[in-house]
Design a protein around this ligand. Structure first.
Ligand SMILES: *Cc1c(COP(=O)(O)O)cnc(C)c1O
Length: 369
């Protein structure tokens, strides 16, 4: 039987892409904010209802350079969660800032907003929560805390592209929301990312930082990196954006099939669509409770693997457990995140995953629970 991988990138018809890139062959403008970059930026600004937006070569650089643009002092503290992809924590540490890990909620796996305040110290400058799996954080509570203590809020919205929450684009929350357009995300530009921001004064900083800090040939006001999105990636984004709704609709069908097949089993906790949210169906995270099932997450992972089905232990380990952060943090400080990282498995989901394949995956799970 064929292998089933956890995800498969969305791509347009090859003809559509060739037509889009033909302009680039004519102009020979391959990178450095050319016509495709400008057009994609415009379209995303509109789609995300963004006051301001800057494109990047990937989501990580959007996060890292956003933090740099905010110019916090060395060792300033940023409250975040360890239940995320490496990028979130690395972006903080690479800016010589200190991540302070807050625990997560059991229902949505997002930051537990009731535990943020007790972590605030005189050195706290920002909160960096993650809309993990596309579950939207308690944005109202986070906003209130940020206002009270004068903190910036930067959302890692890498999983949340396209989500509408309480009638608003997900990009409308916080000071900045950073998106990833990596091949594995709901919307991809092969590699890519964006920062949506409210404070106009961040604009030139972000723009200069992604191009070596260069303002013009003789003026270099920032210590920048190289994080520009190239024209071929922007062209892929223009194509994929046209088909986005269709891709999300197809994901929804897969998501609902899983819910149908797996609901009502004691010991299996399925993802919930949040009230007031229009989901993007980016992930299908499931908790397997060993104390009820007998088998644990790792057992289910192996049984699936034996059937050529490749789920992912996403997120395991916690970022606070990484070897590169040895002796710096304690996973015991975030007990819910620790436990969930041992119970969770994200099942394959992508547009074009056949319902028979979903059934094959569910059959393996049902045989073992
Ligand atoms: C994918 C991802 C990123 C990084 O995005 P890239 O485009 O791969 O650099 C950051 N945070 C989270 C939670 C992600 O899933």
């Amino acid at each position: 039987m064929d292998k089933i991988l956890v995800t498969r990138p969305s791509i347009p018809d090859i003809g559509e892409y060739m037509e889009e890139v033909a302009d680039i062959f004519d102009s020979r403008w391959l990178t450095n904010m050319g016509a495709k970059h400008q057009e994609l930026q415009r379209r995303l600004q509109e789609y995300l209802e963004a006051s301001h937006i800057e494109l990047f070569t990937n989501g990580h650089m959007a996060l890292e350079l956003t933090l740099q643009a905010m110019r916090f002092e060395d060792n300033a503290e940023v409250i975040t969660t360890p239940f995320t992809f490496a990028s979130t924590t690395h972006a903080i540490v690479r800016n010589r800032l200190k991540p302070v890990f807050c625990d997560i909620r059991e229902d949505s796996y997002t930051i537990d907003e009731t535990k943020i305040e007790q972590l605030i110290t005189p050195k706290t400058r920002a909160i960096l929560p993650v809309h993990v799996y596309g579950n939207i954080c308690n944005v109202e509570a986070i906003e209130r805390i940020a206002q009270r203590y004068g903190l910036k809020v930067i959302y890692d919205a890498a999983h949340a592209f396209g989500i509408v929450y309480k009638g608003k684009s997900v990009a409308s929350f916080g000071d900045v929301s950073c998106f990833s357009f990596h091949a594995t995300k709901v919307f991809n530009t092969i590699e890519g990312g964006a920062a949506v921001y409210k404070d106009e004064s961040l604009g030139p900083k972000l723009y200069f930082l992604k191009n070596f800090g260069i303002a013009n040939a003789e003026e270099i006001p920032e210590i920048g990196a190289n994080a520009k999105m190239n024209e071929f990636c922007a062209a892929m984004g223009l194509c994929n954006l046209r088909h986005l709704q269709d891709e999300i609709d197809k994901r929804r069908i897969v998501f609902e099939r899983y819910l149908n097949r797996l609901s009502g089993i004691e010991g299996i906790i399925l993802p919930k669509i949040q009230e007031d949210a229009v989901s993007n169906y980016a992930y299908f995270p499931v908790l397997f409770l060993q104390e009820i099932l007998g088998l644990g997450r790792d057992d289910i992972f192996s049984r699936l693997e034996e059937a050529d089905i490749y789920a992912r232990k996403y997120f395991f380990p916690l970022t606070s457990e990484y070897a590169c952060y040895a002796n710096m943090f304690s996973a015991a400080d975030t007990p819910a995140a620790y436990r969930i990282s041992r119970q969770i498995l994200t099942l394959p989901i992508y547009a074009g995953l056949e319902l028979e394949q979903v059934d094959r995956i569910c059959d393996v799970i049902l045989q073992n629970t």
